[in-house]
Design a protein around this ligand. Structure first.
Ligand code: ADP
Ligand code: ZN
Length: 439
């Protein structure tokens, strides 16, 4: 057990397993009653299942509750899942809605406060304190990574720079002028930022005070994290969030970097088989299901995140017993099925990152050629190698073989000059599917 000053909320962070579960049961009962008493959608679902809040007697009874999905949020857009009158709400966030009705999450002032506390706890956990300068390089507006980190970093008492996404030259100027010690950004953006630093002759070790990155909002491999840490000489901590669960602050790595601690005083975490929806044992991969137990305006019961991961453990050398969850393997909807083989983009990334000759940006394109489905992996190479054709040929062969060993299919590998693939300020687009769909 570390010194109490290592924890922002020792009374919550240092609970034993029994204490965590007792608190969860108390909060679950309150949440369930609140949903049943104050929302027609939930009441109807309970009636269909023949249950009432009194049926929740133990934590295991969470399995009796109905699942909630993104489709439910869409069908009851915008405020159908609210459990308090609109006058009690002070903020809403919404997804982009590119694939249908957007989803909306309403927050009361208490929800916003608790969310800020959760994010502050995460940032404190990785060593940030008042006196640090926190630059938030994620989009603001409806995207929860903006205001979510802003409020959490301010709550911790850091000088917080709402830099927002993009404009790398300006980011670098802020980092140097304001003495930024910590940045939150999507991992793919940090590799882009480093390219611009290189072009500008800025050495992060020599010319900046950076010491901590919070990276998240998109899947990334352990290899990608290590790369980012080596490029900058900065520790990078995985940050998991989703707008339906408020946003950032749901799960965050501690200094041990051995999985994400999900805050169990805020959420009940289940991992289930995505087909049978039955719980899977610890260590087995399944779909992450989250129930909010510390939210009043729009609690979500057993929300199906579609993210695939597993439980790594329930203790940690850092002294926190909040469940440790593995980095996300991907979303069930990101999975590519090529010639009957299931492949996640992160598997490809993991292999590419093992070649130091390759840069960090890559794009997977699926096509149908002569009625055959194929995968092309384009990956940028470090400038040093562009003129050595023999070496490039060998590299291309080696990368192809390594990918085949991982995914059991032979992709076409194209090595392309650094800077030639599209980049994004937000979440990276890793897969383009141009296959013909046969009806
Ligand atoms: P946010 O606005 O917080 O990014 P979204 O609702 O847009 O939330 O996206 C949430 C999704 O982003 C998650 O369900 C997950 O698929 C992905 N995601 C977020 N953080 C991570 C992370 N650290 N690792 C992998 N995937 C992540
Ligand atoms: Zn820990």
């Amino acid at each position: 057990m570390l010194d109490k000053s290592e924890y922002l909320h020792p009374d919550k962070e240092c609970l034993s397993r029994e204490e965590i579960e007792a608190l969860q049961l108390k909060r679950l009962k309150e949440t369930v009653k609140h949903c049943y008493d104050n929302n027609e959608f939930y009441k109807k679902k309970f009636e269909e299942l023949g249950i009432t809040p009194d049926d929740i007697k133990t934590l295991a009874d969470v399995c009796k509750l109905p699942f909630t999905t993104k489709q439910d949020l869409r069908d009851h857009y915008p405020f159908g899942l609210a459990c308090v009158p609109l006058e009690k709400c002070t903020r809403l966030h919404s997804s982009s809605g590119t694939t249908g009705n957007p989803t909306v999450i309403l927050h009361s002032q208490k929800d916003i406060d608790e969310w800020a506390n959760a994010v502050a706890r995460c940032l404190h956990m990785v060593g940030l304190r008042p006196g640090d300068v926190f630059q938030n390089s994620s989009g603001y507006g409806m995207f929860t990574g903006g205001l979510g980190f802003q409020n959490g970093a301010e709550r911790l008492g850091m000088l917080t720079v709402p830099a927002a996404a993009g404009n790398s030259l300006r980011q670098i100027k802020f980092i140097r002028d304001f003495g930024t010690t910590a940045i939150h950004a999507v991992p793919s953006y940090l590799t882009r930022l480093k390219e611009v630093m290189d072009q500008e002759g800025v050495d992060p070790r020599r010319d900046t005070k950076l010491k901590v990155f919070a990276i998240g909002a998109e899947p990334h491999s352990e290899e990608q994290r290590k790369r980012i840490e080596d490029m900058f000489g900065v520790k990078a901590y995985n940050s998991f969030g989703m707008s339906e669960m408020c946003g950032p602050g749901v799960g965050f790595e501690c200094k041990e970097q051995n999985g994400l601690h999900f805050w169990e005083d805020y959420y009940i975490v289940e991992i289930v088989d995505p087909v049978t929806l039955e719980p899977v044992p610890d260590g087995e991969i399944g779909e992450l299901i989250l129930t909010t137990i510390n939210r009043e305006a729009m609690p979500l019961l057993r929300y199906r995140t579609r993210d695939l991961t597993r439980v790594l453990g329930r203790t940690c050398p850092c002294g926190r017993n909040h469940v440790r969850i593995d980095r996300m393997k991907g979303r069930s909807d990101d999975m590519m099925v090529l010639k009957g083989v299931n492949i996640f983009p992160i598997q490809i990334e993991k292999i590419l990152m093992q070649f130091k000759e390759l840069a960090s940006n890559y794009l997977i394109t699926l096509t149908t050629d002569d009625d055959n489905d194929n995968m092309t992996v384009e990956v940028e190479i470090e400038d040093l190698f562009t003129d050595d054709y023999q070496r490039l040929q060998k590299l291309q062969k080696d990368v192809t073989r390594a990918l085949k060993d991982e995914i059991l299919l032979t992709p076409r590998v194209k090595l392309v000059p650094k800077g030639s693939l599209p980049t994004s300020d937000g979440k990276a687009v890793r897969v383009v599917d141009k296959r013909k769909v046969y009806q």
